[in-house]
Design a protein around this ligand. Structure first.
Ligand code: NAD
Ligand code: WQD
Length: 343
């Protein structure tokens, strides 16, 4: 393929795995990342896995001159836009910071794309747009509800912006991918999720507890209306997730998209409870977890999982890795990171 793929947030958790797979598939990759939630060492991991050196801009997309410069200096053919802040709790305390970063970065990247004739854009959306669904599993037609956090609202507003833009610009093609709960790491353990500070998400908290960084895992509530009383999510392996991005990108390049704004759920279609994740982790790794059941975490939804039929049929993509496989790679990454990068 001639021309580059711009991966914004390409040193972050999902972006680094996507950049790696793109390089392995022969794409030329340009990364922009301001390191606000990532580290340069991830770049070494990408280079070790692929044997290639992507071009990297350590710059901030909130500055409109940054995407303009990148588009000017590189023959960009598509953008995969991962760059955003993602901590739900922090977004409640610092809403402006979230709206500013997530929406300015998006708008600046979109404007530069239009100015430089880039026609293909993939956006990282989230199952958070469905809130607490009334019917399960959720399809792409399930109602998008009022967001429960500023973070969630940035995803909803971003999808509105993309809807309006693709209505106005018929030759600009967008695919919005609604991720469920991505977990796990690259099978080499050279890249993975790198939460700065105390993790909010379940799986990094589990691996840090198993490693002894955290004393005890708290299970937030066991009085939900679910078979074992703990909340249910659709945990999807990071490699399955990024494979869907390649398929989506190729769909845009070939021009197979049925409309210029398409939305796909990326999930496994299987719900797993918190206790099931803990059990699967212990089974996959042989490590016992120290955990305690505590009160509910405010704002948590009770249960959500995807109907991935649209992505299965239209993209020809299906999540194939098991929960245990993902938890094993997450654990391998935690150990590799602590032994090699945690200096
Ligand atoms: P992440 O924080 O690991 O990666 C985001 C990357 O973007 C980081 O490396 C960060 O440094 C960079 N970044 C942030 N703001 C930037 C800016 N202004 N300019 C340049 N770089 C910037 O997060 P992730 O888990 O990889 O998530 C990627 C995307 O997927 C985000 O848009 C997130 O909202 C979305 N998403 C994530 C999840 C999840 O659970 N991880 C679920 C649904 C959606
Ligand atoms: C999963 C389950 C917790 C930590 C968040 C965002 C959402 C999305 C993904 C991006 C829940 C329980 C967790 C812990 C626990 N991101 N848990 N102890 O809540 O599904 O979603 O991340 O768009 O927007 O809200 O993911 O990993 O935080 O929690 O018991 O220490 O694990 O209660 O049931 P969640 P999570």
């Amino acid at each position: 393929m001639n021309g580059n793929v711009l991966v914004s947030g390409g040193l972050g958790y999902i972006g680094s795995h996507a950049a790696t797979l793109l390089l392995e598939k022969g794409y030329d990759v340009v990364i922009v990342d301001n390191l606000s939630n990532s580290r340069k060492e991830i770049l070494s991991g990408i280079e070790k896995i692929t044997g290639k050196k992507p071009k990297v801009y350590f710059e901030d997309l909130k500055d409109p001159a940054v995407p303009e410069k990148i588009m000017k200096e590189n023959d960009i053919k598509a953008v995969i836009h991962f760059a955003a802040y993602k901590a739900v709790g922090e977004s409640m305390e610092k809403p402006l910071m979230y709206y500013e970063n997530n929406l300015f970065s998006l708008i600046n990247t979109l404007k530069a794309s239009l100015n430089y004739g880039v026609k293909n854009f993939i956006f990282s959306s989230s199952c958070t747009v469905y809130g607490e669904p009334e019917e399960l599993p959720v399809t792409e037609e399930s109602p998008v509800v009022k967001a429960e956090s500023p973070y969630g609202n940035t995803k909803k507003v971003a999808e509105d912006i993309l809807t309006d833009l693709t209505n106005a610009e018929k030759s600009f093609n967008v695919i919005s991918l609604r991720y469920f709960n991505p977990i796990g790491a690259h099978p080499t353990a050279l890249i993975g999720e790198l939460p700065l500070g105390v993790p909010n998400n379940l799986v990094p908290f589990i691996t840090q507890t198993a490693y002894g960084i955290r004393k005890q895992l708290r299970v937030f509530g066991s009085d939900y209306n679910t078979p074992d009383g703990t909340p249910i999510r659709d945990y999807i392996d990071i490699m399955d997730l990024v494979e869907a991005h390649i398929v989506a990108l190729e769909r845009l390049f070939i021009g197979e998209n049925e409309s210029n704004f398409e939305v796909f759920n990326l999930g496994t279609g299987q719900g797993g409870s918190v206790l099931e994740v803990i059990n699967a982790f212990e089974k996959a790794t042989g490590v016992k977890l120290n955990y305690v059941i505590t009160d509910r975490r405010p704002g948590d939804v009770e249960k959500i999982w995807a109907d991935p039929t649209k992505a299965n049929k239209v993209l020809g993509w299906k999540a194939k890795r098991s929960l245990e496989e993902s938890l094993k790679t997450a654990w391998e990454w935690e150990k590799y990171y602590r032994q090699n990068l945690d200096v």
